[in-house]
Write a protein that binds this ligand. Structure first.
Ligand code: NAD
Ligand code: TYD
Length: 366
């Protein structure tokens, strides 16, 4: 039986992970920590908030002393560290919070774990699992092989640079102090509860509202897409089978160009609206509501500065060592995601509050 501390638990992947874990490991205790930035929403934990094995704590990982006391009080033996500033575009506009949370926050957490676990007199076993990204490896040429765990770090955005720095700190705490750590570097996630500033939920929400769907540059950049539940299973496999001190790449084996992602999404909308009168009356502004083509909303906009052209992940190490493998194809995962957003309109409306509207106004003209 584990006693987990999950940081960033009210964010996109964190909330999916907490829900997954409580289902898959019914005897475990989970302390869900989150400071609730614009990206953190307690409503994302609604389905499990009444579960007696879960405790939610509003706390900033930058407050290391409070985190240390919490770990002692709750006898935490496992940390799964998601908390971060995570949006590349925001890191370009204002990098400072990224340095604070992603670098200094991770360091506060490492210090707390070191104090409690290595000098606290408990017996363990302990595990600090750090959630990172494939973006630390930089960009790939069109014909280059996918990132492996041996690929050199070459982060290009302020976000990626801060995640790279946090990975190095995690590694150093293992190498220098013997802190039992594992790290996973994952590709782009999508699925329920993703904040509608990232490509897929942004496109879904804007299609439902009949607003332009912004595609950066020529739209030929590609990403490797992983359904969030498969990411959660992958983290579980690493907690179970991963070797201490190792890093594991996790990917979906679903590399797609951005424009193809959006076109697939639009054609799914067209088909769903054609066969469902209820959808047509709930979302009358979507072009498909009166027989039009949702793809008519696609609008090419100015490219992101320093935009990485291509990410692709080789997850063979995780597969061989831990049995990792995604269950969803991109087609099935995208379908489930669209269905979830249609069924959970109150969730996305509630998170698109004043600060979201302000960001959208500044960032996208029109
Ligand atoms: P998110 O932005 O949806 O959620 C981040 C959460 O962290 C929010 O709930 C926020 O309130 C919380 N948080 C931020 N600063 C905090 C602080 N100082 N103290 C406590 N909580 C704080 O992000 P996400 O997409 O769920 O990503 C989670 C992790 O996974 C991040 O570390 C990210 O780098 C990594 N990752 C994400 C993806 C992806 O595609 N989304 C891919 C690979 C890796
Ligand atoms: P995003 O979801 O922000 O993830 P990341 O930058 O971490 O990969 O973006 C995914 C891809 O989609 C990326 O190449 C940028 C592109 N993109 C758009 O074309 N339009 C948009 O409005 C957004 C948010 C992203």
């Amino acid at each position: 039986m584990r006693r987990l501390l999950v940081t960033g638990a009210a964010g996109f992947i964190g909330s999916n992970f907490v829900q997954y874990w409580l289902e898959a490991h019914r005897d475990d205790h989970v302390v869900a920590l989150d400071v609730l930035t614009y990206a953190g929403n307690l409503s994302s934990l609604d389905p499990v908030l009444k579960n007696s094995k879960l405790k939610f704590v509003k706390m900033d990982i930058l407050e290391g002393e409070r985190v240390r006391a919490l770990m002692e009080r709750e006898q935490i033996d496992t940390i799964v560290h998601f908390a971060a500033e995570s949006h590349v575009d925001r890191s370009i506009h204002g990098p400072d919070p990224f340095l604070e949370t992603n670098i200094r926050g991770t360091h506060e957490l490492l210090k707390a774990a070191k104090t409690v676990w290595l000098t606290g007199g408990g017996s363990g076993p302990y595990q600090f699992h750090h959630i990172s990204t494939d973006e630390v490896f930089g960009t790939l040429a069109a014909d280059a092989p996918a990132f492996t765990e041996e690929t050199s770090y070459a982060p290009n955005s302020p976000y990626a640079a801060t995640k790279a720095a946090s990975d190095h700190l995690v590694r150093a705490y293992h190498h220098t102090y013997g802190l039992p750590v594992t790290t996973s570097n994952c590709s782009n996630n999508y699925g329920p509860y993703q904040f509608p500033e990232k490509l897929i939920p942004l496109a879904i929400v804007r299609a439902l509202e009949g607003k332009p769907i912004p595609v950066y540059g020529d739209g030929l950049q590609s990403r490797d897409w992983l359904y969030v539940r498969d990411h959660c299973r992958g983290i579980d496999r690493i907690l179970e089978k991963g070797r201490v001190g190792e890093t594991y790449n996790l990917g979906g084996g679903a590399e797609r160009k951005n424009i193809d992602v959006i076109k697939m999404l639009c054609s799914k909308f067209n088909a769903m609206f054609q066969s469902d009168a209820g959808l047509r009356s709930r979302f009358p502004r979507c072009p498909a509501a009166d027989g039009g083509d949702t793809a008519s909303l696609i609008t090419f906009v100015r490219d992101r500065p320093g935009h990485d052209r291509r990410y692709a992940v080789d997850a063979m190490k995780a597969t061989l060592e831990t049995g990792y493998g995604p269950a969803e194809s991109f087609e099935t995962g995208l379908g489930k995601t669209i269905v979830w957003y249609i069924a959970n309109e109150p969730w996305w409306r509630s998170v698109m509050d004043g600060s979201y509207k302000e960001w959208m106004k500044q960032h996208y003209s029109g």
